[in-house]
Design a protein. Structure first.
Length: 524
């Protein structure tokens, strides 16, 4: 991407062209040598089958040679792995069949999609140094096989065309443009949710990384929300297990990679919201923030509180609330104990998955938010606090209020739609004040219970969900459950540890058995 190509009328142009031909020839020669290595020592019939397989792969692969070479290397590694692990040439060729691509890679780049109403603000917000990222992870019972994970991703991307897109800048709005670049799996070496460069033509708005037994997909929030991202991860998992010889059925949340994506998955559901808008549902006063110096690196640390899901539910019901209302109360009490300021309101943003109201199949962003709040000058009992949080969830997170906010979002977008994008960023930041991080102290995003087919469960140890705190927030929290285990995660943006220490104290006071896990301090 950084290579400078000489002008066509320059005397260096011919030399440059010859150099590219030589480089392409050497790459092709290297690929041919690897194919010959696979054929070595095998019967003439098997050697012909191997050659035929890669001829079919070239037919189904990208037109551009650079992309085709990369795909060849991916499949050479997987083909060799399968042969080394006892599969025959016929079995391997069937398992890795290029026909599964359909015509996906042979199409040209350039299909485009408008951003959904929730995503529109995210690229504009990046001008202010923030990139909303989230991560979904699965921990397996065995170490990840990188070459098979890579091939599984190659097969999976065709099923999610909106995800295989780069963010482009239009005159009035940003938009998504598809790319047939070959995605590459990477071994995890960076801190989680590092911002993605979206300026390069080859960039996607997500990444897939692995570390030992863990597979993670990190998304720029412009693509999807947690529910949509989970569909992608589980579909990728099914394809990975298929390559390992484990047959997993498709479900409502696990898609068949050989099927074309239906239009219902691309719907911007905000445009279908019914009812009246109301600006009063959006704007709010700033929240008091947790104490502690903001970290230069975000996230600065990740802490998991691992609990038995039934025990947590029992304690929550004992206080007269749900798991979400109980943990909100715990977070409020913990925050109040380590905030020096004793006046003002502390607010926690709670996303609401709108799919639960209409069972939409969209994979775009389809969540709204409400603010759970507590007055710092008041000190209710824990039971009173849990019941208050449950009441706020019922009232503020109702379908009517959330739909009203969706309608208001559409109205606000229409109001600034005529403003050029280079002028729109500061305007939208003001108009979208309800999304500003200053009016919240923290976020609690509950992904709920992750469900997978019975055939997949024996190979999975658990799931994780991470969000990056936005400035000036010192923390963000997530909640996800799988097979009787709940993982409550606090993602930090400050070295001050009093908040999470208070959370642990409160949970243990209520008789919960808590196992803590966490990362190192990334700033150290």
């Amino acid at each position: 991407p950084t290579e400078k190509i000489p002008e066509r009328n320059s005397p260096d142009f011919l030399c440059h062209g010859v150099l590219r031909i030589i480089i392409d020839y050497m790459k092709n020669k290297g690929i041919l040598l690897q194919i010959r290595k696979l054929e070595s020592g095998r019967s003439e019939k098997d050697a012909q089958k191997i050659a035929g397989f890669f001829a079919r792969l070239e037919e189904k692969g990208p037109v551009l040679r650079s992309r085709m070479n990369l795909l060849f290397h991916h499949f050479l590694a997987s083909f060799e792995y399968c042969l080394d692990h006892g599969l025959s040439v016929d079995e391997t060729a069937e398992l890795l069949s290029p026909e599964r691509f359909g015509d996906y890679f042979s199409r040209e780049d350039g299909e485009y999609y408008t951003l959904d109403n929730a995503a529109i603000v995210y690229p504009l917000g990046m001008k202010f140094g923030q990139m909303p990222m989230f991560r979904l992870s699965v921990t397996l019972r065995e170490d990840v096989v990188p070459c098979l994970l890579q091939t599984a991703l190659d097969f999976t991307v065709r099923r999610f065309p909106v995800f295989s897109a780069v963010v482009k800048t239009g005159f009035f709005w940003h938009y998504l443009e598809t790319t047939r670049q070959i995605p590459e799996v990477e071994e995890e070496t960076e801190i989680p949710c590092k911002p993605i460069s979206i300026r390069m033509r080859s960039s996607r708005s997500y990444r897939v990384v692995y570390f030992k037994k863990r597979i993670s997909v990190e998304f720029f929030h412009v693509l999807t929300d947690g529910s949509g991202g989970l569909v992608f991860l589980k579909t990728l998992l099914r394809e990975y297990f298929r390559l390992l010889g484990k047959e997993i059925p498709c479900t409502e949340e696990i898609r068949d990679v050989e099927e074309e994506a239906p239009q219902t998955e691309f719907v911007n559901e905000f445009e279908n919201a019914k009812g009246e808008d109301n600006l009063d549902t959006f704007f709010d006063s700033p929240s008091v923030q947790l104490d502690g110096k903001l970290s230069g690196i975000k996230p600065s640390r990740i802490l998991h509180f691992v609990m038995n899901a039934e025990e947590l539910k029992t304690v929550s019901h004992r206080y007269g609330g749900t798991v979400t209302s109980y943990l909100l109360a715990v977070m409020m009490e913990a925050a109040q104990a380590c905030i020096a300021k004793k006046q003002g309101i502390y607010k926690i943003q709670v996303p609401v998955n709108m799919r639960k109201f209409n069972h939409s199949q969209t994979l775009r962003n389809y969540s709204m938010y409400f603010f759970a709040s507590t007055e710092l000058s008041e000190h209710p009992s824990r039971e009173e606090r849990v019941k208050d949080m449950a009441k706020q969830i019922r009232e503020k997170g109702s379908e009517g209020i959330m739909t009203q906010m969706m309608k208001t979002t559409g109205r606000m977008i229409r109001t600034v739609s005529w403003i050029p994008v280079f002028l729109k960023a500061p305007v939208v930041q003001i108009a979208y004040g309800y999304l500003g991080n200053r009016i919240i102290g923290e976020t609690l995003s509950n992904l709920g219970v992750v469900r997978v087919p019975e055939e997949m469960k024996p190979y999975i140890d658990g799931f994780d969900f991470l969000l990056v705190p936005g400035s000036p927030n010192r923390a963000a929290s997530t909640l996800v459950s799988f097979e009787g285990t709940t993982r409550f995660t606090v993602i930090k943006a400050s070295k001050d540890s009093r908040y999470e220490e208070n959370i642990l104290r409160i949970l243990e006071e209520d008789g919960l058995t808590v196992r803590t896990e966490g990362s190192i301090d990334y700033e150290s």
